[in-house]
Design a protein around this ligand. Structure first.
Ligand code: ATP
Ligand code: MG
Length: 217
């Protein structure tokens, strides 16, 4: 149904974290999920294969010539395809952006994160021009620390750049780090609330299907 690509040219900004959260939480909702790991480091595929917590069909594919046909084939067979990309400039990233319904651009709270996130938003705008269709893109703040000067400063820079930002932020929470060791996307606690909020926002944007109501008779 949809392809969500997670991309930014800044390394360590939270791409794989965001991809894990969305892929895992979508499985928890009963959606049929596939993922493409387009990073040479294959962190997302390692995570999915090591724990096997979720029935995600994961492919490691860094060759740009194979990426779009693979994404399109997976999209036909799944409710959602999540594509994680590399932190360095790679042609595969441009192709992953070109075939996306939504590009999420993670940014932590630092000047270099914000600069690279804004550059990536411009790359999405260029890809929109090439493909002659509007590719939706939003910055998502990760490892976020509310009520700090750096948060105020980073958000001010993003506002000045007029780039759209997701309402949901993933705060700096241990649950998002534990996920890398236990394979489970947080369901409870504050981290769980952030996950629910993110999923709701994606649902409102129409990129993931609305959660089905379970009737209790
Ligand atoms: N909301 C958060 N709370 C706590 N830690 C976070 C959060 N978001 C990201 N991190 C941490 O930040 C680090 C970098 O995150 P991640 O690996 O997702 O970035 P990346 O953009 O995929 O990196 P790379 O460019 O190397 O692929 C990780 O240690 C991750 O656990
Ligand atoms: Mg990564």
């Amino acid at each position: 149904m949809s392809i969500i690509t997670v991309a930014t040219s800044k390394g360590g900004a939270g791409k794989t974290t965001v991809a894990q959260v969305i892929a895992g939480a979508s499985c928890q909702r009963g959606l049929k999920v596939a993922a493409i790991d387009a990073d040479y480091n294959h962190s997302l595929s390692d995570w999915a294969n090591t724990f096997g917590t979720y029935p995600i069909e994961v492919h490691h594919e860094v060759n740009e010539a194979n990426l779009v046909p693979l994404a399109s084939d997976l999209e036909d067979k799944h409710d959602l395809v999540v594509i994680d990309t590399a932190g360095a400039a790679m042609q595969a990233t441009v192709f992953a952006i070109g075939c996306a319904d939504l590009v999420l651009v993670p940014s932590q709270l630092s000047s270099s994160d914000v600069i690279e996130a804004v550059k990536t938003m411009h790359l999405v705008a260029s890809a929109s021009q090439i493909t002659k269709r509007k590719i939706e893109a939003r910055i998502i703040l990760t490892d976020y620390q509310p009520h700090t000067n750096i948060a105020e400063h980073s958000e001010g820079e993003l506002r000045a750049s007029s780039v759209p930002v997701m309402k949901t932020k993933l705060n700096r929470l241990v649950g998002f780090k534990e996920m890398t060791f236990n394979g489970e996307v947080p369901l409870t606690g504050v981290a769980g609330q952030h996950v629910v909020k993110l999923m709701f926002e994606l649902e409102q944007m129409g990129v993931i299907p609305a959660q089905k109501m379970v009737r209790v008779s």
